[in-house]
Design a protein around this ligand. Sequence first.
Ligand code: AMP
Length: 503
Amino acid sequence: MTNPLYDALVAPLATRSTPVLTDAAGRDLSGTDLHGMAMALASALVGLGLQPGDRMAVQIDKSPRALALYLAAVAAGVVFLPLNTAYTAEEVDYFVGNSGAALLVGAPARADSLRQVAARHGAQFQTMDAQGDGALADLAGTAPAGFAPVDRGPDDLAAILYTSGTTGRSKGAMLSQHNLLSNAQVLVREWRFAETDVLLHMLPIFHTHGLFVATNVVLLSGGSMIFLPGFKADQAIDWLPKSTTMMGVPTFYTRLLDDPRFTRDLVGHMRLFTSGSAPLLAETHVQFEQRTGHRILERYGMTETNMNTSNPYDGDRRAGTVGPALPGVEVKITDPATGATLPQGEPGMIEVRGPNVFKGYWQMPEKTREELREDGFFITGDIGVIDTDGYVSIVARQKDLIITGGYNVYPKEIELILDEQPGVLESAVVGVPHPDFGEAVVGVLVAQPGQTIDLEAVKAAMGQSLAKFKQPKHIAILPELPRNTMGKVQKNLLRKDLAGLFA
Ligand code: AMP
């Protein structure tokens, strides 16, 4: 019998008496305990009639048992389909229907609406609460012991992760056992994860960052984690002294830097801080180093591809870049219109190929053909540039590219200048419909706490630094930028709010 992902991530837990995770209350869970929890859940899934290849949609709070449910799915060959806990029942309806899930697991507090969703699509429904308790745990408690993991091959699906779908319907990225395992192996090696590591885990586990990057790396390396329900600066400060590594989205780092208790002494012992899922401002990178002496290691990945590039563990971690391609991953820059490879140094579409790249979108062959080339290159939708020594910088999401009067404008170029203006904390630049230009460049600024922004001075500075067509036709000041749980600025919301500006 083989099940490569089970063998690598789950099997070693069975004989591990040391803690694999510590929860927010400081309770340790040993490897054996987590293994037992996962096997009991796997047994319960089989008891419910789930077969290998069936999809299980889960919309549950982060808890040790929620993690065990992912491991149970691996053991039972069930395709794990985690959903953002913020989705409404109507949104969950789409995912359950689209995936043809056989089982939906959701919070007891929303059981009424979610049970109806499940019933509408012929799926079963079970509950799990923020403590991991509920109907599914009850079933696991009485399920037959001694679960034997099912046979799986490297190409069998381990998970379907839906993209966040800011430009249309969300698509289910099919991730195979080999996609996940090969990426975890590379990251363990590249980032030097070992049994001695304690990862401060504050990311959600419905997204690739917290679920696969963080958890798979810890499990594969035999390390352990401090497993908190989410990010809170207070908790991070309490737990950092007991951690060796932390993975975060950029907002974790900016919030820590805002806190005077976040000092060099607090994190002097730390081995590694990584950042991803959204761009880390070069300024944050620099401030972080000044405060702590550590250089954040920024990497780049996405739901469909796991991790693609990473700044080096040893060597130059360059602010504002996401580093070179990971071993085994190819990255190239192409002309978005023709697909032809562009000369070195020119910005264009980032395409990636490697064992990390997904198998396609669930039941969307056309979308798959549009984005995944026959030769295996995935068209990421990110516009980037590669410098002479292979470091990749991301300039924009293609959908955020602004075309004004026929000229292409990359928002990042303007944001970098806006960010430098006195009193500006951060900025976002979007394209807004304009009767003459098609789109007009619009800047949105957030002021630094306690400071005011001199808009006339900002406009004058733009006039000095930028060609006329790149200069914002309007600059607005907002109290904060809209962000999703992964810290990404939701430019689609800004575009919507500003849509009538030039109408
Ligand atoms: P998701 O599928 O939710 O993980 O989102 C993937 C997208 O996040 C990528 O296509 C990038 O646009 C963005 N992203 C991830 N990591 C970075 C990074 N280090 N810097 C800039 N953008 C990033």
